[in-house]
Design a binder for this molecule. Structure first.
Ligand SMILES: Cc1ncc(COP(=O)(O)O)c(C=O)c1O
Length: 387
């Protein structure tokens, strides 16, 4: 018996979901639609910044909203957007981001796990929520109870959910996940066509299912492959303004603005004589008398060790190099060339100050990873400040 043609599925509504490895393409710009209704007052900001360790991530909800509207304009009013807010909205804070995206009119939310969906429900999010990773053995009832829609890709998942729906006396939706090439989750496309020749949607329709939603496209798909848009798209990274290492190398900019900035403050300044080494493993030796500043941020905060001796930060409108090894709780920077650097100066580790920029994508490149891992990696001990 197959999950697809058994008739015990009467309590489940079937939709299609799929993941495709999408090649990349040139990007066209769109104007952003800026709003300022959720900005934090500067008084509140100051209070926040002095209330604990001076290391924080600023989440620009205005840019998040603008990015959502760039995507909306790109795909057209006839299609829906599922905003992917899994992994704590790629480190940006799931609840704060979901509230803003709901305000902007997102139709769906995408999470990786039922637990993430429950967090959104508990915070009052009412939009449909898709659990993109499905659910685990004991979670079928929780999905029903919290009105979470999971993807399914195994017969026993369908059975468990059907049973939970029966017990609760409700009709539950599922999205059937088809593996179109990632080889990760989903029913293999060629296993579907063993039953019926032709493509998956036709296969379902011929068996009497009427999928409401057909969706395939993540951020690169939104920019590169309109044929994969279906009637809903599932962007994540683009919402958070992460695109340089996600979308194709672009002749033009896509009009997406970064949402997360990471800041700290100088907590100690000291002169180090020429020839002296600093940091674990003595990996940096001062080639001149150097003014070294200590920042209370380290790899436990997500500022990766791979950035040691390689990244820069911005202080007082000047790039300053990270010197020595990034340690668990502290980073050292060379501020010899920064005019009048002082204890308490704000330091930009990710973000923009005037013309100077440090995108998450640049840090990712230095550390040999992806911008998503940079923002996801900003740990829980770094407070998020929504501005
Ligand atoms: C199934 C699925 N859909 C959509 C997305 C969103 O992808 P992106 O952040 O590249 O837009 C992800 C992210 O990993 C995903 O796993």
């Amino acid at each position: 018996m197959s999950a697809l043609d058994s008739n015990f599925l009467t309590l489940l509504r079937v939709h299609l979901v799929s993941v495709l490895k999408l090649p990349k393409r040139i990007i066209r710009p769109n104007k952003t639609n800026r709003r300022s209704d959720q900005r934090m007052s500067s008084a509140k900001l100051d209070q926040f910044q002095t209330s604990g360790r001076p290391t924080w991530a600023e989440i620009d909800l205005e840019n998040l909203g603008a990015n959502f509207n760039v995507i909306k304009k790109r795909i057209g009013a006839e299609r829906r957007i599922m905003s992917v807010v899994k992994a704590n909205a790629y480190g940006h804070g799931a609840v704060g981001c979901a509230r803003r995206l709901a305000h902007e009119g997102t139709h769906w939310f995408g999470v990786a796990l039922p637990e993430e969906g429950i967090e959104l429900r508990d915070s009052g999010i009412a939009q449909p929520i898709l659990s993109l990773g499905g659910f685990w053995d004991t979670q079928a009832s929780a999905c029903i109870q919290h009105q979470l829609t999971p993807v399914v890709y195994r017969l026993d998942m369908v059975q468990a959910l059907n049973q939970a729906a029966l017990e609760a006396g409700v009709v539950a939706d599922v999205h059937v996940k088809i593996d179109t090439g990632m080889g990760r989750l989903g029913i293999r496309f060629d296993q579907l066509s063993e039953f019926v020749d032709g493509e998956a949607v036709k296969f379902f329709r011929e068996r009497g299912y009427r999928p409401t939603h057909l969706h395939l496209a993540n951020s690169p798909g939104v920019w590169g492959h309109s044929e994969g848009w279906g009637n809903m798209v599932r962007p994540g990274g683009a919402l958070y303004g992460l695109w340089r290492d996600i979308l194709p190398p672009a002749a033009e900019k896509p009009g997406l603005a970064p949402v997360m900035s990471l800041y700290s403050r100088i907590t100690l300044l000291k002169w180090v004589p020429q020839g002296e080494t600093i940091g674990y493993g003595c990996t940096f030796e001062a080639s001149r008398k150097s003014l070294i500043a200590t920042l209370p941020v380290g790899y436990d905060d997500g500022y990766m060790r791979g950035l040691s001796n390689r990244a820069h930060v911005i202080v007082r409108g000047t790039y300053a190099p990270v010197v020595g090894r990034v340690s668990m709780d502290f980073v050292l920077i060379d501020v010899t060339n920064v005019e009048a650097a002082e204890v308490g100066d704000k330091v930009t580790l990710i973000g923009q100050e005037g013309e100077l920029k440090i995108p998450a994508e640049d840090l990712a490149k230095i550390a040999g990873t992806l911008s998503y891992e940079v923002t996801c990696g900003i740990s829980e001990r770094v407070p998020r400040l929504y501005v």
